[in-house]
Design a protein around this ligand. Structure first.
Ligand SMILES: [Zn+2]
Length: 306
């Protein structure tokens, strides 16, 4: 057993988790594909000003597009955060690490979700990142700034890793995202030695292929698990909500660092997903985040299985 400061202090918590407390909905949705089981786990929710996503969108049409979803274009957004857990044989792989305790009080709940699912973070074998934003990366360290998944191989796209580790990024990313850059570099520096970097098209695990999907961040990666209509794509934030990103994927979004590139990526992803009839798992999609994509009006809609 790995001994860390967190482990020494966690005994009481583990006993509590095992004591049969009611299971509140931490485990979101489960999908079985052959010998692979995919489950989403909740890290909680974010709270974002509406303009963070809707700022650059045409306000009149936006209200019409959002009406069927019950989303108020002026009210704060509270997107869910769904981490993807893949189990197959000895592999216990997480896609992204959640927010940790230093981003937003409504997020960083992954430790509770893991405990409810009976998973010890020390048993996680791989942590595979879509990108380096706080809600995906900051949970990589515990409150003692030690790796939370101490025995896992950490994996991130090489473009994305290099971007956040570049000292110039904090000065070029813009004031509103400067804290993201400082926070990412600090955390990635701790796990850099345990970090495997991969590229577009690389097989990060057997049957799991990385897909460069840039725009939300420079080196954002999605992942295709399985093949053809049996496949499911981990979207990360390249398709970042289940309302306007589906209904108008070509619209630029304020949440994307390079909005034009992100819109082009989204359109290409929807083409690929619908052509291959793939399932999808979205980090910020509702109802547990696993579902299918259906053509709908000018765009698409999310049909959750959860
Ligand atoms: Zn996110």
């Amino acid at each position: 057993m790995q001994i860390t400061r967190r482990r020494l202090m966690a005994t009481g918590t583990a006993a509590l988790a095992a004591s049969g407390l009611p299971r509140i909905g931490w485990t979101q949705t489960t999908l079985r594909m052959g010998d692979t089981e995919i489950t989403t786990l909740s890290d909680g929710t974010l709270s974002l000003p509406a303009e963070f996503i809707f700022g650059p969108m045409p306000s009149g049409e936006l209200a019409q597009v959002l009406a069927p979803y019950g989303v108020d274009p002026a009210a704060p957004l509270t997107p869910p955060c769904n981490l993807t857990l893949l189990r197959r044989g000895d592999v216990l792989a997480l896609f992204d690490a959640g927010s940790g305790t230093q981003f937003m009080p409504s997020a960083g709940m992954l430790p509770d979700a893991l405990a409810a699912a009976g998973i010890d973070p020390f048993d996680v074998t791989h942590v595979i990142f879509t990108h380096g934003h706080p809600d995906h990366l900051w949970g990589v360290l515990d409150d003692f700034d030690e790796p939370y998944f101490a025995n896992a191989e950490h994996m991130m796209g090489g473009v994305e890793f290099d971007y956040w580790m570049d000292d110039a990024t904090v000065g070029s990313i813009g004031a509103e995202r400067a804290a993201f850059a400082v926070g990412a570099q600090r955390r990635l520096s701790v796990v850099a030695d345990a970090m495997t970097r991969f590229g577009d098209g690389d097989e990060v695990l057997p049957g799991v292929v990385a897909a460069l999907t840039p725009g939300h961040t420079p080196g954002h990666m999605g992942f295709v698990i399985g093949e053809g209509a049996e496949a499911v794509m981990v979207l990360g934030d390249a398709i970042g909500n289940d309302h306007v990103a589906f209904a108008r994927p070509g619209w630029v979004s304020g949440s994307d660092q390079d909005p034009e590139a992100a819109a082009a990526t989204r359109l290409a992803m929807f083409d690929r997903i619908t052509a291959d009839d793939m399932g999808v798992i979205g980090f910020h999609l509702g109802h547990g985040g696993i579902g299918r994509v259906e053509a709908y009006g000018e765009g698409y809609r999310f049909a959750p299985i959860g």
